[in-house]
Design a protein around this ligand. Structure first.
Ligand code: NA7
Length: 540
């Protein structure tokens, strides 16, 4: 045995975000010897790394929290409707303390390879610290947004000022007072940074390539009375969330845009704007499949931008055109557009004035050099598949995940893959992944995997994988649902278009969380009829 020093455990979990934390808890409760491996120094995943100013979740805190523990629901109190990063990280730490999760994790450790040993029916995982772990089961809770991506601009290393990456923000406060600050990236991250840093910086230069649509968050403090009500009704709310396509509490509608007369449409849009949050998608049912309805809402929002932003040229540059609203993840802001009315905030429209290079002193665009003391990258992620392809994953017969996914990710339910026995992903790229509440999906996926493992133990089975046929059928189903979706019409991380050379396409399940959960449940109810198993054979 070449792995003489290998440590044998029951289950390896990769990642200490909300998915990995719950996985470790769940399997430990099942009596398993589970080891979690995490690159960061503590729990929290994306909320551990993303400490940039203004970082906040755009799902309501009542949604974006665990539903598996009624005790934790009662013991923890959210302060705001949409929680900021420090509070979410505090919550992750609270859960880790409460359930004593850290003892199962190895922090500051990266998995460098995971290889299936067919003979021994074990996953063999190596780490950057030189450890070797072996386990019958491996769970990848590596997150859809965990591999940051630098912009594709020459000269990054040349910059002599302070360079910050949103997703690797230092653990200390950064003082922007009097500084000339540049931000590249105007997705959800950039928008949160810009509205926060704008009022603090001496001067803020926003380098915008593609403007995003952003809607008012209308955040608020939660009153003690409201918190008490929430706590009283958490169980019923969690049950409702499982039936909801968002896996959260957002209202759902079946009302198409053009079913309303024009004045009522206008009224409904105004109401959605006033309510804030993701209300638009709960106001009209067909915004992601009806281009004209989508354009009407986009136009309404562009009108709002025009009303808020004083300078007409800046307003025009901020108005997104040429792709459907909500085809790029809609951002929620507090005073994003208002920030551009400040005299110290400057928008550089990189569609007209492209970035040529990063220099020692700042950024050179076609019109000249912009000198900066600080530069912030908010340029997104190698999303959905990046974390799973960042190390070697080798399944049966030497099949690598890179090979299997060379034309895009393929799996059954986003959880399991033909050719990769006993390997499971939570919030994988062919489930609802980024399109629904990630914590609800994580819980669903972990529970599903746990049920499958229990089933196998009851039946004395050693290895499981979906058949190629059922995986193909799922991918056909995913593709059929994706075909009419306007999400395909924007170049975003949702479709892999933000990373050079990455296969593009909408591989997420767009049918909503509730339907996804039903599909998962049907597989379990069929006693995994479309899965193939190896039986444990006692040596003669
Ligand atoms: P996003 O949404 O992928 O946004 C990245 C932004 O960075 C986007 O505006 C990009 O413009 C911009 N970008 C990337 N490279 C460049 C270069 N070279 N020049 C100029 N601008 C560039 O990432 P976020 O982190 O904001 O959000 C990710 C998710 O986290 C979000 O959807 C929420 O779910 C939470 P582009 O669009 O490519 O023109």
């Amino acid at each position: 045995n070449e792995n003489g020093s290998a440590e044998r455990v029951d289950i390896i979990v990769v990642g200490a975000g909300f998915g990995g934390m719950y996985a470790v808890y769940k399997f430990r409760e099942m009596g398993k010897n589970v080891v979690g491996i995490e690159a960061g120094s503590d729990v929290g995943g994306v909320w551990y790394w993303n400490r940039y100013p203004g970082a906040r979740c755009d799902l309501m805190s009542v949604d974006y929290s665990y539903g598996f523990s009624p005790e934790i629901e009662q013991e923890w109190t959210w302060s705001e409707q949409f929680a900021a990063q420090p509070e979410i990280l505090e919550y992750a730490n609270f859960v880790a303390d409460r359930l004593d999760l850290r003892k199962n994790f190895r922090f500051d450790t990266r998995v460098t390879s995971a290889i299936w040993d067919e003979e021994r029916k074990l996953w063999v995982a190596k780490t950057d610290g030189g450890a070797v772990l072996e386990a019958p089961y491996a769970i990848m809770s590596t997150g859809p947004l965990s591999i940051p991506k630098d912009p594709d601009i020459p000269g990054i290393d040349r910059f002599k000022g302070e360079l910050y990456r949103a997703q690797k923000w230092p653990h200390h406060e950064v003082d922007f007072t009097g500084k000339r600050v540049g931000v590249i990236g105007t997705g959800s991250t950039g928008i949160q940074i810009i509205q926060e840093v704008g009022p603090q910086a001496g001067e803020l230069f926003v380098f915008q390539r593609t403007p995003s649509f952003t809607l008012p968050m209308r955040n608020r403090d939660l009153s003690p009375e409201y918190v008490a009500e929430m706590k009283k009704h958490y169980r019923q709310m969690r049950a409702a969330m499982k039936m909801n396509p968002t896996g959260g509490t957002r209202p759902v509608t079946s009302r198409p845009f053009y079913s309303l007369p024009p004045d009522q449409r206008e009224e409904a849009m105004e109401q959605a704007w006033q309510n804030g949050g993701h209300t638009f998608l709960g106001t009209f049912a067909d915004l992601m499949v009806n281009e004209e309805a989508n354009e009407a809402v986009a136009d309404f929002v562009r009108g709002k931008i025009g009303e808020i932003v004083d300078d007409p040229k800046t307003a025009e540059a901020l108005k997104p055109r040429g792709y459907p609203i909500f085809a790029r993840r809609p951002c929620l802001d507090t005073e994003y557009y208002e920030t551009y009315n400040r005299p110290n905030v400057h928008l550089i429209n990189c569609k007209e004035d492209p970035i040529l290079e990063i220099t020692e002193k700042g950024i050179r665009t076609e019109s000249g050099e912009h000198e900066l003391d600080m530069l912030i990258f908010a340029t997104g992620y190698d999303a959905l598949t990046g974390a799973l392809l960042a190390f070697d994953v080798v399944g049966r017969d030497g099949l690598t995940l890179k090979e299997k996914w060379k034309d895009g990710p393929r799996s059954h339910l986003g959880i399991a893959m033909a050719g990769f026995p006993n390997l499971f992903a939570t919030t994988g790229p062919n489930g609802p992944a980024a399109l629904a509440n990630i914590i609800t999906i994580s819980e669903n996926d972990v529970d599903w995997i746990a049920d499958l493992i229990t089933y196998m133990e009851d039946k004395n089975l050693s290895a499981v994988e979906p058949t190629q046929e059922v995986e193909d059928a799922w991918m056909d189903h995913v593709a059929a649902l994706a075909a009419p979706s306007l999400i395909r019409k924007a170049n975003t991380w949702w479709v892999g278009a933000n990373v050079k050379g990455k296969p593009t396409g909408l591989t997420m399940f767009v049918g909503g969380f509730a339907k996804y959960r039903e599909a998962c449940e049907a597989v379990a109810a069929s006693k995994y009829a479309d899965y193939s198993f190896d039986r444990i054979t006692e040596p003669a």
